[in-house]
Design a protein around this ligand. Structure first.
Ligand SMILES: [Zn+2]
Length: 245
């Protein structure tokens, strides 16, 4: 393939623009905030699950406390009834002794129930603290995700700006190249990542391979308007005075 050496040299400008576009695309995929947001969202989910567990345990315990209080209430009601019976003076001596016994039993039972209730309430308090702590952790993780999302959006905005500028540069450059040359460049760019590079000091500017004596001699023998490609990476080798030929 043949192309005006001046046009070939302009391929270097296009290659520079494409290299920056490729850096932008790579950066877009590998922004550290992306991993940060993923990890943060995972933490938020885990903390929310933990909070739901604590809240479920708390409402289970609330039901248990209510049952316990009801039970204590019924013991207390029975004690009141017994006491009223005793005070009424309407019971005989034998029944009186029985009621006094029952009152003692009821008092022991109530004390045991009240001790249990106290323990339940202590556990409930601990769950409250746990819920507060976990809730704060959910808030913290949520805020971290929001901050990382903000930073990512800023970075993406910058990348969008750079990309728009380089796309514009590219739009201006592309019409300068004849169709077959552009096709060759594009194919190499797509397959190898670099479409054209400077041959500098006998080294391919794309793959950095130093060309051997024979290859250099072959390139040297080609007329200036011949399009030469690196035999290693396929990039179009643009020859200038720096090429060391
Ligand atoms: Zn090469």
């Amino acid at each position: 393939m043949k192309a005006d050496p001046a046009v070939q040299r302009q391929l270097l400008e296009l290659a520079k623009v494409d290299a920056e576009l490729s850096r932008v695309a790579h950066r877009r995929r590998t922004l550290p905030e992306i991993a940060e947001i993923d990890a943060g969202e995972k933490t938020v989910r885990e903390k929310r699950d933990a909070l739901v567990s604590v809240e479920t345990a708390a409402s289970d315990l609330d039901r248990e406390i209510a049952r316990q209080e009801k039970e204590i209430e019924s013991v207390r009601a029975r004690e009141d009834r017994d006491r009223k019976l005793l005070e009424s003076g309407s019971v005989g001596a034998k029944q009186m002794t029985d009621i006094e016994h029952e009152l003692q039993t009821l008092a022991r039972r109530r004390t045991a129930l009240e001790d249990d209730l106290l323990e339940l309430m202590e556990r409930r308090e601990a769950l409250d603290l746990d819920a507060q702590r976990t809730g704060a952790e959910v808030d913290k993780a949520t805020a971290e995700v929001a901050a990382a999302t903000g930073r990512r959006d800023e970075a993406v905005k910058d990348l969008d700006t750079t990309q728009a500028r380089r796309d514009e540069d590219r739009g201006k450059l592309v019409p300068r190249f004849p169709e077959p040359l552009l096709k060759l460049y594009t194919r190499t760019l797509e397959h190898k990542g670099i479409g054209a590079a400077l041959l500098r000091a006998r080294r391919c500017g794309a793959c950095q391979l130093e060309l051997d004596r024979n290859t250099i001699a072959e390139i040297k023998a080609q007329p200036a308007d011949e399009v030469v490609q690196c035999e290693n990476c396929g990039a179009i080798l643009v020859r200038t005075l720096e090429s060391g030929l």
